[in-house]
Design a protein around this ligand. Structure first.
Ligand code: F6R
Length: 233
């Protein structure tokens, strides 16, 4: 059975609320849930709501296990630009998740191949129950840029100029490369919650909902996933 639920809302605030309501429910149902987390601007409101729910004692992260989607390469974990730092700043450092339950691609390793293979194996052993996703303007998911294959797994990728430009700041330029879960890895999650906010994402969302499925717009590969929730505003 294929479930694709599209929830259209009026605001970023509402999108974050819908997403956190779903995720809070999932955490309450399964104490040792495995969650795949995304970074970027889109899930920040969701993470704020999760922190609030934790502080209000509605949810407990002590059994939660996590895998993050991607990380720049090369980058040190301690860099404030690393996705590792982002997660601790915005969620992990503010709730009672156990450090040992947090899984991340390490952007500082020399042997990226080994790092990607062991991440892929670890995910196979601990299948992701719910994967949170944002989407790039060009349709990327994780750092699977246009051209990524449907059967791609965790690997080293080159970032497109557009993605690097969007993710860079005035004083910092995003690295040329990144480590990312592949499309196949993402697809293996039991449930996917994709969040998209803003006009510039709508073309990619339309491709996912109605357009042609193809590697020129990787998010379109999610069509046909057995349990996909798309929350758009
Ligand atoms: C981040 C990630 C990316 C972002 C996408 C959208 O871990 O995997 O695919 O979800 O680039 O980024 P924002 O939310 O900043 O527009």
């Amino acid at each position: 059975m294929i479930i694709m639920k599209v929830i259209r809302v009026e605001s970023y605030h509402e999108m974050s609320r819908v997403a956190s309501d779903i995720l809070v429910g999932d955490i309450l149902k399964k104490k040792n849930i495995v969650i795949g987390f995304a970074t970027g601007r889109t899930p920040l409101g969701l993470y704020k709501n999760l922190v609030r729910a934790y502080k209000n004692k509605e949810i407990d992260f002590s059994g939660v296990r996590s895998f993050n989607l991607d990380e720049y390469y090369p980058i040190s974990k301690n860099s404030k630009r690393s996705y590792f730092s982002y997660m601790f700043r915005n969620l992990f450092g503010l709730v009672n998740i156990k450090g040992a339950n947090v899984n991340f691609l390490d952007g500082s390793v020399g042997d990226w191949k080994k790092e990607c293979e062991s991440y892929e194996k670890l995910i196979k052993k601990n299948p992701i129950d719910v994967q949170i996703l944002g989407v790039g303007v060009n349709g990327h998911i994780g750092f699977n840029e246009p051209g990524s294959k449907r059967n791609s797994v965790t690997r080293l990728v080159e970032l497109s100029d557009a993605t690097r430009r969007r993710n860079s700041g005035i004083f910092w330029k995003a690295p040329e490369k990144a480590l990312t879960m592949g499309i196949k890895t993402i697809f293996s999650a039991k449930k996917i919650i994709l969040l998209a906010s803003g006009r510039d994402k709508m073309k990619a969302v339309e491709r996912l909902l109605r357009g042609e499925v193809g590697s020129d717009c990787p998010v379109s590969f999610l069509r046909g996933h057995k349990n996909l929730v798309v929350v758009v505003c």
